[in-house]
Write a protein that binds this ligand. Structure first.
Ligand SMILES: Cc1ncc(COP(=O)(O)O)c(C=O)c1O
Length: 474
């Protein structure tokens, strides 16, 4: 990414030809990220599969590059399933999860992909499809939720997905009842949390349910721990700590505001006291991605003799399935936006900078991820100046709230129309998950880029295949 950003002439000619905003993905990076997860599997002597959670980015290039590795894909809609089949994933490398409409369930069953089932109703629906359309037995992974510790403290939060673990017996009865239509190859969970302890409780709970499966004569072989391994968006812990303490000081009125309109990201001041809590993604995470998986696997299972979870999986020869979305997309893409207008307003000195992009095109803010963009000067202009200069970044919609970020952003110099701002690490959820065509403005285009010796090459995202000359895997 750093070397790509250094090639200012290419970035300007790309946005000149294809418009602003423009998303750039780097397919080779996703293959490298898969390898990092694989190395954790190897370190714990575990077999299984890494299923990329496709929902995090619509890119064809990333998906096709992944198809050229040995990874799998987790699809959460009919369209994502069609996309995965069309990218070259064979059904044994596809997992269908999430809420499903009948067409999605039918194609999943027809193609023979593994289906993560939410509960007995979905099992019944699947069994009906299998018998009505004369389909083969479908591999299923029932999804569990609502895990509890044996002590008083309940660690797991409520989820609208999956079957509460205390109703697991009913679920297993349904699996047995539909034994001619479905083959329960294991169980799954996805807990929307950053807490390793909470995930460890869920994994331990799944191990107990797998035992219950075996005592019923079922032959489960895998446990799916879902996604949520996270990304560290900042290299330095200190930057994050400084920012959050300065933001707190600003909310308390002890320094000038650091946000548009004094927004506190969940913090507020009430009669001299700090209230609320910071609703932000921790931009610096000391343990994220593959390292987070490693830490999870090393957690002890108190109800199973305190042994590490990895040892317990290995002992039962269970396959480990993971579904990383954000973590597999770490450093896989960035978004470029052109500066249209720069003006001074009010007395706080902060400049208003309008970009040729909507906030929904660069949805870092939606995910609470705070990252300063990199200034790419228009041709001939200098990158640095006598900065830093405080600016507020606005989008192109006729809407007060179309702020790319509510933060005051500091750039090395006053930007000017024609400069580009590059938002780093946007591939995970920030590129297209929230994209709209509001005000008839087109959705951003996407290109795939790869390194060819010292040069960067690119093509439109949907033109990329792993055999594209010099494009990724050969
Ligand atoms: C079932 C399931 N698996 C995997 C993921 C991916 O999560 P992340 O991108 O945080 O890794 C999600 C996210 O919503 C999910 O719902």
């Amino acid at each position: 990414m750093r070397s790509f950003l250094a090639d200012a002439a290419t970035l300007h000619s790309l946005t000149g030809a294809l418009g602003s905003p423009l998303h750039v993905v780097v397919p080779d990076q996703i293959a490298e990220n898969v390898e990092r997860f694989r190395s954790v599997y190897r370190a714990h002597h575990l077999a299984g599969q890494v299923f990329y959670a496709h929902k995090a980015n619509r890119s064809s290039a990333l998906l096709r590059r992944l198809a050229a590795t040995d990874a799998g894909v987790d699809v959460a809609s009919l369209e994502e399933l069609q996309h995965a089949l069309g990218a070259g994933f064979s059904p044994d490398r596809i997992m269908a999860t999430g809420p499903k409409n009948p067409e999605f369930l039918w194609l999943a069953a027809r193609a023979g992909v593994t289906v993560g089932v939410d509960g007995t109703a979905e099992l019944d629906q699947l069994a009906t499809l299998v018998s009505k359309y004369g389909l083969g037995r479908v591999r299923v992974l029932p999804r569990l939720s609502g895990f509890e510790t044996t002590g008083v403290r309940v660690l797991s939060r409520r989820s609208r997905f999956g079957t509460p673990v205390r109703e697991a017996e009913l679920l297993l009865e349904a699996v047995e009842r539909h034994g001619d239509a479905v083959d329960a190859t294991g169980v799954a969970f996805h807990v929307d949390t950053m807490s390793v302890a909470e995930k460890a409780v869920a994994l331990e709970g799944c191990l107990a349910v797998l035992e219950a499966c075996r005592s019923r004569g079922l032959r489960p072989r895998a446990v799916d721990v879902g996604g949520g391994f996270g990304v560290s968006y900042l290299a330095e812990r200190e930057q994050w700590e400084t920012y959050t303490s300065e933001l707190t000081a600003a909310v308390m009125g002890r320094r000038p505001p650091l946000t548009w309109g004094g927004h506190g990201y969940g913090l507020r001041e009430e009669s001299g006291t700090l209230r609320g809590s910071l609703g932000l993604y921790p931009a610096f995470r000391s343990v994220a991605g593959a390292a987070y998986l490693d830490e999870l696997l090393a957690q002890p299972a108190p109800s199973l003799g305190g042994r590490p979870l990895a040892a317990l999986l290995l002992e039962h020869l269970y396959d480990l399935y993971t579904e990383p979305g954000r973590a597999l997309l770490d450093q896989c893409g960035l978004t470029l936006a052109k500066v249209l207008e720069v003006r001074t307003q009010g007395t706080d000195g902060a400049l208003l900078v309008r970009l040729a992009a909507k906030a929904d095109d660069i949805a870092l803010e939606d995910h609470g991820v705070l990252m300063d963009p990199v200034l790419i000067p228009r041709s001939g202009a200098a990158a640095d100046g006598d900065g830093p200069v405080a600016v507020h970044l606005f989008g192109s919609l006729c809407l007060e709230t179309d702020l790319i970020t509510r933060r005051t952003v500091f750039l090395p110099r006053r930007p000017a129309p024609g400069d580009l701002l590059a938002f780093a690490n946007t591939a995970g959820y920030a590129m297209d998950f929230h994209a709209t065509r509001a005000q008839q403005q087109p959705a951003a285009r996407k290109v795939a880029a790869w390194q060819d010796g010292d040069a960067w090459r690119w093509c439109l995202d949907d033109q990329f295949w792993p055999i594209t000359p010099s494009g990724g895997a050969q």
